[in-house]
Design a protein around this ligand. Structure first.
Ligand SMILES: Nc1ncnc2c1ncn2[C@@H]1O[C@H](COP(=O)(O)OP(=O)(O)OP(=O)(O)O)[C@@H](O)[C@H]1O
Ligand SMILES: [Mg+2]
Length: 593
């Protein structure tokens, strides 16, 4: 089981590639530059309104009230009120603009990641478990979303707010402003210590959270298995253990947060005390007006707030870089198998398929899985592959579909090397019924069309007629709903549906990798009958465990330990009295023909 290391997918020692991650992030930002520019404009307006309030207050206290000018007072108060409304409105537009732009970037990025991942090869999926990919698409993109909505534009507001506030305060009283600045070192020390300490706890919390979700996914998927072997209690205990570790980390992180906020909260009254104490003294001496004092108190939070926010921005930027790095690692991954610069397109297969001295192993240090395999399959003929489990049968189809490339030897389609043939056109011409059958939740009809609504119903009905499965699909109506992973169907029924699904596209060549599961005699007869029709009509490769399926194949290969040990028709192989005939007699008893 791999849930233990299903963290957020990054080796802590792994260096972040800042240059390429930066390029990824700017590449996401640039197409939306108009959205960000609009947000920036709203930001300038809303910051201006935000900073105007203390100045209006000062005007009221220092000018309108001493002059006993009630008209001016009323106008100023109205201006104060209007100013607040304008602040709210511009702030609303700012947030909306950022959310819209951020969402646009995220949906595009998710789409791009999905398209990219779907183009990647099987070795990629062996390296990255689906749970981890899911985390990357969900969690890492939402970290970037926070960067785009909380930081990219707002960091300018904080810088601007700090500079303007400092400037205005300095203009009215340089001495008091410099005095207040003595608090800054504390603010900086508190924020940086907090950031450093808390970020390790938050990383642990995130890591454990994804560990829990990985654990749940794997164990809930295997609920039946765990029940069979009475592992419920043990599973609960293991989950509790991870939960407890997360609880502790969470508690530590929260404690840091509380201490941090308490230190911030205390800074504000301390600064106000300084303003009132020192500034109040100057006011008594007539060196400072009351309005300026009030203005300072109203500005004080606007001076400190940006300093705290900046540390928050730094943390978001840090997290975004590690999320961006992980996303980049997926996006930079090139499919192992790509089309040559000038691929050859095939629209149909005219002559046939040939394997010429093909050798294959899944890794450089792994044993050979196919050893010098050669065979030809002329168009319109059928080829059956039988043999022991793990012998290399599915590997033959993996090579034919270019999921992998052979290490030695060549595979030819109509005399053209597979390496030169466009992947898409190859897979358009050859259909595959895989050994592991996957059905999507949805109706049988949707599954037969493989979710492509553009396929007319008539094509589905034709396919069903071709394989003679009308009775089966009467019993299991096309509108029947298939549960997740086809749980409400038997193994044999899934095979029948998969067979019909491969027929819908009416491809030239059909490869059928039979599942090992035992099916009832009725379904077996159904599949056999369908198969006999197909063997006559199509160019077919059938990998069979039940030898009854392939008795009529034009050529049968017996593959064992990656080598073709016997080949010929059913009768020839029986006569030969080798492994095939032994297999056959085992399945059907002595004297079977
Ligand atoms: N993706 C893979 N990575 C590494 N090794 C693999 C991979 N797929 C298969 N193998 C190995 O290659 C060998 C041949 O596997 P293959 O799936 O071709 O057997 P098979 O003949 O189809 O068996 P079965 O009848 O059980 O379906 C096996 O030893 C298997 O362990
Ligand atoms: Mg197989």
């Amino acid at each position: 089981m791999h849930w233990e290391n299903q963290d957020d997918g990054q080796d802590p020692k792994e260096k972040i590639n800042y240059k390429s991650t930066f390029r990824l992030i700017t590449g996401l930002l640039l197409p939306e530059k108009r959205g960000f520019a609009a947000a920036f404009a709203w930001l300038l307006l809303s910051t201006a309104f935000n900073l105007l309030t203390p100045l209006i207050a000062k005007h009221i206290i220092d000018t309108a009230i001493p002059a006993a000018d009630t008209r001016m007072l009323a106008v100023s108060v109205a201006a104060l009120f209007l100013n607040s409304i304008l602040f709210l409105v511009t702030n609303y537009f700012l947030r909306m603009r950022l959310v819209k732009t951020g969402q646009k970037i995220m949906t595009d990025l998710k789409k791009r990641m999905l398209a990219h991942m779907l183009a990647l090869d099987l070795p990629f999926y062996a390296e990255f478990p689906v749970g981890r990919l899911n985390a990357r698409v969900q969690a890492d993109t939402s970290t970037l979303y926070a960067l785009f909505t909380e930081t990219t534009v707002n960091i300018f507001r904080d810088i601007l707010m700090f500079i303007v506030t400092f400037g205005v305060m300095f203009y009215f009283s340089p001495k008091l402003t410099l005095l207040l600045c003595s608090v800054f070192p504390f603010v900086l020390v508190i924020s940086s210590v907090f950031l450093r300490k808390s970020s390790t706890h938050f990383v642990t919390v995130r890591k454990l959270a994804s560990e829990i979700s990985g654990f749940l996914t794997e164990h809930l998927n295997a609920a039946g298995l765990l029940q069979t072997f009475n592992r419920e209690r043990m599973t609960e205990d293991r989950l509790e253990d991870i939960n407890k570790r997360k609880f502790d980390a969470e508690l530590k992180a929260e404690l840091m947060m509380i201490i941090f906020f308490m230190s911030i909260v205390i800074i504000s009254p301390v600064s106000i005390a300084m303003i009132l104490g020192v500034g109040g003294g100057w006011a008594i001496e007539g060196k400072m007006t009351i309005g300026t004092l009030v203005m300072f108190i109203l500005y004080i939070d606007k001076l400190f707030e940006p300093v705290f926010s900046i540390s928050e921005h730094v943390s978001i930027i840090q997290r975004s870089f590690s999320a961006g790095h992980r996303i980049h690692k997926i996006l930079e991954r090139k499919p192992a198998i790509t089309d040559p610069p000038q691929p050859h397109f095939i629209s149909s297969i005219k002559d046939g398929i040939e394997f010429r001295n093909v050798w294959m192993r899944y890794a450089a240090d792994a044993p050979w899985v196919l050893k010098d395999v050669s065979f030809t399959l002329p168009r319109g003929k059928s080829l059956a592959i039988v043999g022991e489990t793990g012998g290399g049968k599915t590997t033959v189809t993996n090579l034919l579909f270019k999921f992998y490339v052979p290490d030695k030897g060549r595979i030819l389609v109509d005399g053209k090397d597979l390496a030169d043939i466009s992947l898409k056109s190859l897979r358009t011409s050859i259909g595959l019924v895989q050994q592991d059958i996957y059905l999507f939740p949805g109706t049988i009809m949707q599954n037969l069309k493989l979710m492509d609504d553009n396929i007319p119903d008539e094509m589905v009905h034709d396919a069903i007629r071709t394989v003679g499965l009308e009775a089966f699909f009467k019993k299991h109506g096309l509108n029947k709903h298939i549960a997740d992973k086809g749980a409400n169907l038997s193994a044999g029924e899934k095979q029948v549906i998969a067979l019909a699904r491969a027929m819908v596209l009416n491809q030239e060549v059909l490869v059928f990798d039979e599942a090992t599961s035992h099916i009832d005699p009725y379904t077996e007869r159904l599949i056999n009958a369908a198969m006999q029709r197909l063997l006559r009509q199509k160019t077919m490769i059938v990998i069979a465990h039940r030898l009854s399926t392939i008795r009529n194949a034009d050529n049968i290969l017996l593959v064992s330990e990656g080598e073709i040990k016997e080949s010929g028709t059913h009768d020839e192989l029986l006569q030969k009295g080798g492994t095939y005939s032994k297999f056959y007699k085992l399945q059907f008893g002595e004297g079977a023909r």
